[in-house]
Design a protein around this ligand. Structure first.
Ligand code: SF4
Length: 405
């Protein structure tokens, strides 16, 4: 088994109560089977609280004996495999912003996802890559600091993990799990994917201006669409030819980076915006309110001109924004290729990457002050949480992109 980790992976550690966007709010927390067992067998008041957090229905249900619950709800009961299922605030997050479960029972008692987050693994057959999920605002902050230091490809540099001691027990478990949902068994495809990824990372890293980035992202998206189509019809990835550098191909003129105003308008009509965001993601709610405040009542031409002006202004007052957004695209591309190893959907994964970074660009342009200051880690965290970890929203947004790009 080959294990690689992205640069900066081992430098991360959670800042706990100092975090301004705790990962214990705004989304449901999946509970793995061993944690469910621990929660179901925990005695005393804590056990009752844990089962309440997992149960639908009346608050007293978890207090009933199992036999009665089975009669009422069948063998599965009405338990869910989530806590924080209404996506508000995890009931175990205390007033100091710390996890009361961890304080009382230790980290090993937590669901596996809480112990690992924001560490992620991408497994491709006998190869595993360890990354940090930039939905964590602190991981995003550290990432941006590296993004503006010299070599653009440094943020996606993969380093071999040679010592087992460098891995946590959760990482070892994931890496050595039997072939399953994260793995595949197609070494020819894997080799083509890795080689293609390497070349595209170099192309994107070499884009020195927003215009070059737009061009190369357009090429990459078209290339990925052809790859996905070829694979779906039984062909091989390496049968798809590469666009040459500078070739704008059959581009219809649709903007890729940033999107056109009509694409953004269509995206805002999806479930990306919902009244419940006021509770689950108040910052995203605020960003989208601001979007509407800027663009409502404008004609398409006026709105497009305003969008162009806002983006141009951002690039002027915050010169590092190009390096930051390019680094985000590189990081997303790094992850999109392994994701396509599992499902052969390279186009879909790259469109998702583009969607996330285009929304980050939009909200950065709308929220930057006159000195170019904007809380980019916060915007990154909010956008990625809404898109990457919400399948329904992602699918609706992708449908918009299939139509508009
Ligand atoms: S978002 Fe990151 S830094 Fe904040 S509490 Fe979660 S893991 Fe820690």
């Amino acid at each position: 088994m080959e294990v690689w980790c992205v640069a900066g992976y081992h430098e991360f550690s959670c800042i706990g109560s100092a975090c301004t966007a705790s990962c214990c709010k705004g989304w449901r927390v999946y509970i793995d089977d061993p944690a469910i067992l621990r929660f179901q067998t925990e005695p005393g008041l804590l056990g009752i609280r844990l089962r309440l957090a997992m149960w639908h229905g009346g608050r007293l249900l978890p207090l009933l004996p199992e036999s009665i619950l089975e009669q009422l709800y069948g063998e599965e009961g009405d338990a869910t495999d989530y806590i924080n299922r209404n996506s508000g605030r995890c009931p175990f997050l205390n007033h100091k912003g710390l996890c009361s479960l961890q304080l009382k029972k230790g980290a090993d008692f937590l669901p596996s996802i809480c112990r690992r987050y924001p560490r992620q693994i991408r497994r491709m057959g006998e190869r595993s890559e360890l990354l940090l999920d930039l939905t964590c605002i602190h991981a995003a902050d550290l990432f941006l600091k590296r993004a503006v230091q010299g070599d653009p490809r440094a943020v996606v540099q993969l380093l071999p993990v040679t010592e087992e001691a460098q891995l946590t027990s959760d990482e070892k478990l994931l890496i050595t799990a039997p072939e399953g949902e994260m793995a595949g068994d197609d070494p020819v495809y894997l080799s083509a994917l890795l080689s293609s990824r390497d070349q595209w990372l170099s192309r994107v890293a070499a884009a020195e201006t927003p215009q070059e980035l737009d061009l190369v992202m357009g090429q990459l998206i078209r290339y990925a669409a052809q790859v996905q189509q070829r694979l779906a019809t039984g062909g091989r990835m390496d049968e798809v030819s590469w666009p040459s550098v500078g070739d704008s191909g059959s581009r219809s003129g649709a903007a890729c980076f940033p999107f056109s105003i009509m694409t953004y308008h269509a995206l805002m009509q999806t479930e990306i915006w919902q009244p419940m965001l006021q509770r689950t993601s108040p910052l995203l709610y605020e960003y989208i309110e601001r979007y509407y405040a800027y663009f409502t009542d404008l004609t398409e031409i006026e709105a497009q001109r305003l969008l162009t002006d806002l983006v141009t202004r951002l690039y002027t007052i915050r010169p590092q924004i190009h390096a930051e957004l390019r680094a985000l695209l590189l990081y997303s591309i790094l992850q999109a290729f392994p994701a396509a190893y599992g499902d052969y959907s390279l186009h879909t994964h790259l469109l998702t990457a583009l969607l996330e970074v285009d929304l980050i660009l939009l909200f950065a342009a709308l929220n930057a002050d006159t000195a170019g200051r904007v809380d980019l880690p916060q915007i990154i965290s909010v956008c990625l949480r809404r898109i990457r970890h919400n399948e329904a929203v992602r699918h609706q947004c992708l449908a918009v992109l299939y139509e508009h790009l």
